[in-house]
Design a protein around this ligand. Structure first.
Ligand code: ADP
Ligand code: MG
Length: 595
């Protein structure tokens, strides 16, 4: 078993052979059940991507199944057009609906997003039951079966192959997507919008395209559903159905696309079993079924959050980690580099920056410059205003007054994402890595703005050349920080000091003009600090320009070319380390604070 788990290709091939044999050896009932499983797994796959990996819970996914099912049903019955035109119409309508709903709701934070999915899930299902053209509560019947070149797919054994071909394609698409530029952004959504903005990505747009992708998968399922059952009515698309799809994704395992298939099979087989058994026990079988599923849901959330696939993966992980086979990266062309400004020219210029929080002036009339090729330290005691200054430079917070110029652009009103794309890369005081992504993927995320592959290109594997370039860049940056050998390990397993270095590698993968580090030494042990200092010195020698915002004076003293000292929001002085160390005002400022 474990050997099999280590070879997903073989596992997929065996699974495909088993599936293909089902119509030959099994009863009509089993084939129909498998058809239902295939269709449901498409919806659950969208939910694994959207909810499991992207972190946006949807209680309304069945509505998209319904929109597509009704769209194709209406077109092929009332209008008498081909179901294949129906597919086009169904996906277009699902896409437009998802885009509209997404634009309206995806900016909602916290619990409001899931709540809003219930709202539109309810209202769309209600719509089906109240429109005359859609047959109101009786629905639409006599929907034509699919035909391929005159060959009818009315028999469950015939449509079986189409369903499972589409399932296979959808899972292949999802797998490719996750291992790509947009996929890395999707997998980083849970890390927050600031993390994505720091690599030049727009979390809202990433979430919107993910929402659209998941809705289209549900739409494909809806189209198959309509032409397999040849009949549609509102109830299979209501919120109860949505919750069942979510249950499938959770049972199978939200963190893994195979969980969608496993979950769909488990839930539907169980549901069938219950429908056979419960009527023997009670006359209220329908209600008891709902209760059974509710109990199951709660049990899973309590005891097996990562679902069945989580369990399987833990089994697989007991084996010693081996590096997955990777394409030959050395053969890939390097990504294009930015033209760097000449050593010594001013690249960042802060002029009379002011930041007020109500009555408090956190940054008061501070000016300084950073020139290409140097390491500048911005230091000061706690509360001096360093972090606030950092936020102004990276456009994480708006400035009250003053100006910041970066490479000749006035960046005062820009977004974090725009500044990142100009070539200002940052790290975080509280490390923002994706703990379950490999070191290589974490660093590759940094190159987001240097490449362009979108969801469709990535899903269809048309991005492979660019992807090899990105992975080569990531590998190069990992080697630069001395972690080249460990690229396949998970970032969460590293000690804090190494995580800080990994963040630097991610920042370097963006090919920045300026690297801004937020308190990189905070929380590190002495040895870790020394290693970090050594790395930064090495980078400076290689021509990287660095601005370090730091509380730890000893750490920066031996590292930087120049220091800017802040105290109580104002600039106290600026100079070379030895001059700063000797200055009485600095000593007084540091002694006066709780160090
Ligand atoms: P440092 O990073 O040098 O320790 P900060 O920039 O975090 O200093 O804080 C400078 C001052 O601004 C402090 O007095 C702090 O309380 C205040 N401050 C920082 N952020 C905010 C905020 N979001 N709202 C109100 N006051 C803030
Ligand atoms: Mg701070």
């Amino acid at each position: 078993m474990r050997h099999l788990l280590a070879r997903p290709g073989l596992l997929v091939a065996i699974f495909a052979a088993l599936v293909a044999a089902v119509p030959v050896f099994f009863s009509n009932f089993a084939v129909s059940l498998m058809n239902d499983v295939g269709i449901a797994s498409l919806v659950a796959l969208g939910l694994v991507l959207l909810t499991g990996i992207g972190g946006a819970t949807s209680f309304g996914q069945a509505a998209f199944v319904g929109i597509a099912a009704y769209a194709s049903a209406w077109l092929s019955t009332s209008q008498g057009l081909s179901p294949w035109l129906g597919l086009l119409f169904a996906l277009t309508l699902t896409g437009i609906s998802a885009l509209a709903i997404g634009l309206l709701t995806l900016r909602l934070g916290g619990h409001f997003l899931p709540l809003s999915t219930i709202a539109w899930g309810l209202s769309i299902a209600m719509l089906f039951g109240n429109v005359d053209a859609l047959g109101r509560h009786t629905g639409l019947s006599n929907i034509p079966a699919l035909t391929i070149a005159g060959w009818s797919l009315a028999d469950p054994r015939a449509i079986f192959y189409l369903i499972w071909l589409l399932v296979a394609l959808a899972f292949w698409f999802a797998y490719n997507l996750l291992n790509s530029r947009p996929g890395r952004a999707i997998r980083s959504l849970r890390g927050g919008a600031i993390l994505l903005a720091s690599v030049g990505a727009d979390a809202y747009r990433v979430r919107l395209t993910l929402f659209l992708t998941a809705a289209l998968m549900a739409g494909l399922a809806g189209w198959l559903y309509a032409h397999m059952n040849r009949f549609v009515s509102p109830s299979p698309f209501d919120v109860r159905a949505s919750i069942e799809y979510l249950l499938m994704a959770v049972v199978g395992g939200l963190g893994h696309i195979a969980g969608a298939l496993v979950g769909a099979a488990l839930v539907l087989v169980m549901k069938n079993g219950l429908q056979d058994v419960l009527p023997l026990l009670t006359q209220r079988a329908g209600q008891l079924e709902a209760v059974t599923f509710a109990v199951l849901f709660i049990l899973i959330l309590h005891f097996a959050r990562s679902g069945l696939m989580g369990f399987v993966r833990r089994l697989a992980r007991r084996r010693p980690a081996t590096a997955p086979p990777r394409p030959d990266l050395a053969a890939a062309l390097p990504l294009a580099h930015r033209a760097l400004p000449e050593r010594g020219t001013s690249i960042l210029s802060v002029k009379a920056a002011v930041k007020r929080f109500g009555g408090l002036v956190a940054v008061n009339d501070v000016s300084f410059d950073v020139r290409a090729g140097e390491i500048v330290g911005l230091i000061g005691p706690n509360g001096a205003g360093k972090s606030t200054m950092f936020n102004l430079l990276t456009c994480t917070a708006p400035m009250t007054a003053g100006q910041v110029n970066f490479l000749g652009h006035d960046i005062s009103g820009m977004s974090q994402r725009e500044v990142a794309r100009l070539g200002l890369a940052r790290t975080f005081q509280h490390v923002k890595l994706r703990p379950h992504m490999s070191l290589l993927d974490n660093v590759a995320l940094g190159a987001y703005a240097r490449t362009s592959a979108g969801v469709i290109r990535a899903g269809l594997r048309l991005d492979r050349q660019q992807e090899r370039q990105v992975l080569r860049e990531a590998q190069t940056q990992l080697e630069r920080i001395g972690l080249g050998e460990r690229s396949h390990e998970e970032a969460g397993s590293l000690p804090l000091g190494t995580q800080r270095m990994l963040e630097i590698a991610r920042a370097l993968a963006a090919d920045p003009v300026l690297l801004v580090l937020d308190e990189p030494a905070a929380g590190l042990r002495r040895k870790e600090k020394m290693a970090l200092g050594e790395l930064l010195r090495k980078l400076r020698d290689e021509g990287v320009t660095i601005l370090i915002v730091e509380h730890d004076m000893e750490f920066v003293m031996t590292l930087v070319d120049r220091l800017v000292v802040m105290n109580f929001g104002s600039k106290l002085l600026e100079g070379v380390p030895s001059a700063v160390r000797a200055d009485e005002r600095v000593q007084a400022a540091y002694l006066g604070s709780v160090v």
